[in-house]
Design a protein around this ligand. Sequence first.
Ligand SMILES: [Zn+2]
Length: 305
Amino acid sequence: MLRLLLPLVGGLLVASHAGADDAKKKVVLIGIDGCRYDAIEYSQAKYLKELARDGAVSAQCDVLGERKTGADTSTGPGWSSVLTGVWADKHRVFDNTFKKHNIGDYPTFLARYTDARPNAKVAAFVTWAQFRDHVFGRTAGCEYLVDGDKFGYELADRVVGDAAARSLANTDLDAAFVYFGNTDSAGHGYGFHPKSPKYTNAIEAVDQYVGRVLKAVRSRQNYAREDWLVIVCTDHGGKGRGHSLGEKEPEIRTGFLILHGPSVAKGAITGKTFNVDVAVTALEHLGVPVKAEWKLDGKVVGLKR
Ligand SMILES: [Zn+2]
């Protein structure tokens, strides 16, 4: 890989952080629930659009995969696939009940990362109880901040934005999942559509938190020696006021991926992408070799080779 070198500083050649091989690789995954990419484009979401403009984008990210798994186009299976890198016939989350799930055998990329690097610091900033109870369980770093179902995701998202920004600015985090849920609530209440103003307003509110998260990352004391991969994605889209049973509805089963950072190959990602690609791409960036025995379904997307 080409390496840019800054002039001699204090007698040492210092590599710039622009994709330097020795920069500390880090990941922040921003999950926006029930978020349609056409609605991001139609909205005034400044930071998300900047990430897309300066990063790699797939507006055709399939949330269900190419084989029958029995999964619904709902939140449980959606985020389980994103976070584990396998489809529902393996993680066995078919709906939001998580009955008989198999995330123990197919853990999240954060858990795989801390298995490989016991000293790594990870965090999942979440507000949906199912994340705490089933997806992250007792694995390291689960920060269940407030009950979004009880107090509403408008408040929950604000709490997540604050906590994630504080942690990312001031601690030695290596990888994080930051979850925002109010877009989905707005879609159910007012319609999942670019021309549904309360839906795009919800996206713009999340966008402000995304801006705070990015600012926090860039303010880090060691930022110049770090290589942050920012990934933004969703669990499903929506149509009308719902998203369940959306296998044949492109507005529902099509998500998106935005990747941004020094290691990202800028531009539109050619070919189809899948939600399971997120975990595999994150592990690749973090330098964790994916073992065949893990039987992951995703592939690496959007990174320079
Ligand atoms: Zn959802």
